[in-house]
Ligand binder design. Structure first.
Ligand code: FES
Length: 205
């Protein structure tokens, strides 16, 4: 059995404000601070179960280009609904040339069913552990392609304010940043068209 969570999607700006607050500081302090908004929605017994149990999440009503955050095993997990334009940008040669691991060759960073350009089961839905692979800060969601305060040709993605690592909308890390690998894709599966179970492998019975 899994717990059922319904978390509201975050508008990019609102989410950015939350994450900016959450990631002030480095490493562990940032993680603890960031976990507070999600932990507070659990009663103690529910939280205890959520630390180890799979979590079922409804994605009904999650708009395109928005993400929602849920907690699994004490970690924030993003569920992102990518638009067609965002999916298309993931295949751009200009983008692939500046990524460190565009083909997801580091297999420990995702289940085998996410070893594809979108790093996901369904191309429009991305599921990522929301912790930078450098020292564990929570990156900010920056879907605003072309943003002038980020790297040239920014395609939309995630930016870690702690030390400047950047990831695209498939969680693939850019070259020459502190983070050594792509964002982790947790085990997950669809229990219906509109619900994802985070923490259970796609191929599990
Ligand atoms: S924690 Fe260092 S760049 Fe993200």
């Amino acid at each position: 059995m899994s717990d059922i969570l319904l978390a509201p999607p975050c508008a990019p700006d609102a989410h950015r404000r939350q994450l900016t607050f959450a990631t002030v500081g480095v490493g562990g302090a940032g993680i603890v601070a960031a976990a507070v908004p999600f932990v507070s929605s659990f009663s103690p017994s529910e939280r205890a179960k959520a630390l180890g149990a799979a979590v079922t999440v409804s994605i009904e009503g999650l708009p395109e280009e928005r993400l929602m955050t849920v907690e699994w095993r004490g970690k924030p997990v993003w569920i992102l609904r990518r638009s067609a334009a965002q999916q298309q940008r993931l295949q751009s040669p200009d983008l692939l040339n500046v990524l460190a691991d565009p083909a997801s060759l580091r297999r420990e960073q995702q289940p085998d069913y996410a070893e594809n350009p979108q790093r996901s089961i369904r191309p429009e839905i991305g599921v990522f552990v929301a912790l930078c692979t450098h020292l564990g800060c929570i990156p900010a969601y920056r879907p605003d392609a072309g943003a002038t305060d980020l790297r040239a040709g920014w395609p939309g993605g995630f930016f870690c304010p702690c030390h400047g690592s950047a990831f695209d909308l498939a969680g693939r890390v850019f070259r020459n940043v502190p983070a050594p690998s792509n964002l982790e894709v947790p085990p997950h599966r669809y229990v219906s068209d509109l619900a994802i179970e985070v923490g259970t492998d796609k191929n599990a019975n």
